[in-house]
Design a protein around this ligand. Structure first.
Ligand code: SAM
Length: 259
């Protein structure tokens, strides 16, 4: 097959390090009947070993040239190809509890992660290659600089663990940044605790709007000092000092108060 020229606009950095590829596949542990979805299979570096034990593998790919190649692979009959933008994919249209995998195009990783929160109840686990800096923000604890809205929302839904650091040389072409693989497992006990996730999400956007300002300042349109006292939060704190569960309590308190 003719050589494929990597497309920057689709975030194409192809994995070439066989050790990293097998570490990812071993972490996923695909079993014959699993419902596995790979986002951005590209030149099939992960796809091929992932598909080996499976009866079927769903792949989501936007690049038409790559789709043509996927259709010509020796194991193409195992692939269910979803052509197009993963951000438009209705994950619920794929029946069953899903394992989701991907060496993700870094330009869409944040919106994709927020999209996946909505289907957390249909997920067994997810393994993603991401920019290392994003992985660090995802797992950041409160009272650290990396802690933000992404950390709170994702930690509310998932247990997360960084499993491998990946240097730029593991890819072709090499990206400018370091990467890491993260494992995400739905945090079943916590799903449903927030009365209204959209309210929580909007409140977080506001709370972290200006990181140097106090909560009192960032949330002045949402609550007053009496509200802070009612939930036992110091209004002079900054957003990064508040733990995920405290944000959930705060959101629920405001919703109930205004009901
Ligand atoms: N999995 C391959 C590997 O590890 O070598 C390729 C990874 S490459 C970083 C990202 C892949 O995602 C590319 O194949 C790219 O075409 C695809 N892609 C980019 N944006 C996409 C989108 N919005 N929806 C679906 N696939 C996308």
């Amino acid at each position: 097959m003719a050589e494929h020229k990597a497309r920057k606009r689709f975030g194409q950095n192809f994995l070439q390090d066989t050790r990293i590829i097998s570490d990812i596949v071993n972490a996923v542990r695909p079993q014959a009947d699993d419902v596995v979805i790979e986002i951005g299979p590209g030149l099939a570096a992960i796809t091929e070993p992932l598909a080996r034990p499976l009866k079927q593998l769903h792949v989501v790919e936007i690049d038409r040239d790559i789709i043509k190649r996927l259709k010509r692979l020796p194991f193409a009959d195992k692939l269910v190809i979803h052509e197009g933008d993963v951000l438009q994919l209705d994950f619920r249209s794929i029946a069953g509890m899903k394992k989701i995998v991907g060496n993700l195009p870094y330009n869409i990783s944040t919106p994709l992660l927020f999209q996946l929160v909505e289907v957390a109840d249909e997920v067994v686990d997810m393994h993603f290659m991401l920019q290392k800096e994003v992985v660090e923000r995802m797992v950041a604890e409160h009272r650290t600089n990396d802690y933000g809205r992404l950390s709170v929302v994702l930690q509310y839904y998932f247990e997360m663990e960084k499993i491998i650091d990946v240097p730029p040389e593991s890819f072709d072409p090499a990206p400018k940044v370091d990467s890491a693989v993260i494992r995400m497992i739905p945090n079943k006990g916590r799903i449903g605790i927030a009365d209204d996730f959209n309210h929580l999400s909007r409140m977080l956007q506001q709370a972290f709007q200006q990181r140097r300002k106090t909560l009192r300042n960032n949330l002045k349109e949402w609550m007053n000092d009496e509200d802070f006292a009612a939930v036992g939060l110091d209004p002079t704190l900054r957003a990064e000092h508040v733990a995920p569960e405290e944000y959930v309590q705060l959101s629920n308190y405001l919703l109930r108060k205004n009901a």
